[in-house]
Design a protein around this ligand. Structure first.
Ligand code: AMP
Ligand code: MG
Length: 424
């Protein structure tokens, strides 16, 4: 179940706020939606490996000091710093300290111990000189002057103190977190339960793949892009298929979706001609606001609640679905999953090699190919940019983000790009 959202209703809040629903800035719509989001309340204890990609529901507290012992950062010899002189000093090697096999004695005046990376620094010693700097003749080891007290020694608890928060609630568990948690000897963690997201496509023209197309019909591709984007975000997806533009069938689909999911996403049916229809249904089942976002592509967008479920009504055009998903739905789903802080969307500056026609007054998300040439990031558009041309998305590795206030872009101008893929 979703925790109770903001006590103000969506329609009340939208009236209280001063905005133009016919020209809603991207950032404002995003911020508005955000006020109604709070993380799901369910959590589960899972074995460490199964936590990959999930969100920590509780702080991970370190039960130990990391590192557990004072140890060497280098292969070399360890000694009392005070025994090293300003010039060459020769000390006597009295034993060895290997990682996992410490030297158990104590180092005294004029003595040193052979030590390897990760080896425990013996009692009495406080400094390590790397082996490349020492000269060995039998047990007589000579060190040059200029060493520093404490060099190459990692103190116990230097990375993490016992009882400290190793990872805070809200962190996404990536490979680094798996390793960090394992390094503390913890084999199980609490994670938020997956978000349940139901989605369906609307439109009489849509046909499921596997069936032949009649005149004027098209295959439903939005459910596939949505499936992909939602699955990658770690959501539990409930694909409800294609729903006809029929009031009774649509009403039932909305009801069913609202009953079983935390979030309901639809594509199509929010453009001017169709919005009234959805609005009437929502007045019955929940509440909704409709915006014409000052952006391209992806102008119409609906946000609301169906019972306790959050509702996102995305436009029908295949590229618009993806752009509005990345700009509005992605962060909302991460917040509902309990992610905190939200990951920063990588933005880079790049030289745009294609001229772009653009009207000021709206944010444009052109699909681009970012590449590196002579150490400089450059970007070009992926050809035709129609909102129905999915190939423009498929060829892209970034959005070229052209802000509200800018107009035409000349070739050679610097633009901001939102990178779609990163290091996995
Ligand atoms: P709509 O927002 O319903 O007016 O749809 C806008 C455009 O997107 C129309 O050309 C639709 O045929 C197309 N469209 C709507 N839904 C889908 C879908 N699920 N898959 C592919 N194209 C779609
Ligand atoms: Mg439609």
């Amino acid at each position: 179940m979703i925790a109770p959202a903001n006590t103000l209703t969506i329609t009340q809040a939208s009236c209280a706020d001063d905005y133009d629903p016919n020209s809603m800035p991207v950032a404002k719509a995003r911020a508005f939606i955000h006020t109604f989001l709070s993380p799901v309340s369910g959590m589960a204890r899972v074995a460490l490996r199964s936590a990959l990609g999930r969100v920590l529901a509780e702080d991970v507290i370190s039960p130990v000091n990391v590192p557990g012992h004072r140890n060497s950062a280098m292969d070399g010899w360890t000694m009392r710093f005070e025994d090293l002189g300003a010039g060459d000093t020769t000390l006597t090697e009295i034993g060895s300290s290997f990682a996992g096999q410490p030297f158990t004695g104590k180092i005294g005046k004029g003595e040193c111990v052979r030590i390897f990376t990760g080896g425990v620094v013996p009692e009495g010693a406080d400094t390590v000189v790397m082996q490349e700097r020492a000269t060995k003749i039998g047990k007589a080891i000579t060190f040059p002057g200029g060493q520093k007290r404490g060099q190459n020694v990692r103190e116990a608890g230097e990375d993490l103190h016992e009882g400290a928060v190793a990872l805070a609630r809200g962190r996404i568990v990536r490979p680094a977190e798996l390793g960090l948690i394992a390094s503390l000897g913890i084999g199980e963690v609490s994670v938020y339960r997956p978000l349940r997201v139901a989605f369906f496509s609307t439109g009489d023209e849509l046909v499921q793949i596997g069936k032949p197309l009649a005149a004027g019909q098209i295959y439903d591709s939005n459910r596939y892009t949505l499936h992909g984007m939602l699955t990658r975000l770690g959501c539990e997806v409930i694909d409800m298929g294609v729903v006809r533009d029929d009031p009774a069938i649509l009403e039932q689909a909305f009801k069913d979706a609202g009953d079983i999911a935390d979030v309901v996403i639809t594509s199509g049916g929010v453009s001017v001609g169709e919005a009234d229809f959805v609005k009437q249904l929502m007045d019955k089942l929940g509440e909704v606001v409709f915006w014409k976002i000052a952006m391209k592509p992806g102008r119409p967008l609906a946000y609301g609640k169906i019972g306790r479920a959050h509702f996102f009504g995305l436009p029908g055009n295949p590229v618009s679905v993806m752009v509005t998903f990345y700009q509005f739905v992605r962060d909302a789903l991460l917040t509902l999953q309990g992610v905190s802080p939200l990951p920063v969307q990588p933005l880079l500056k790049a030289i745009c090699t294609s001229p772009i026609k653009k009207a000021p007054g709206r944010t444009e998300f052109q699909r681009g190919v970012l590449y590196l040439e002579d150490g400089v990031f450059k970007v070009r558009v992926t050809g035709e940019q129609g909102s129905g041309i999915l190939k423009s998305m498929s060829d892209a590795n970034c959005f070229i983000m052209l802000h509200d206030n800018v107009g035409n872009i000349d070739a050679g101008a610097t633009v901001e790009v939102q990178v779609l893929e990163g290091v996995l």
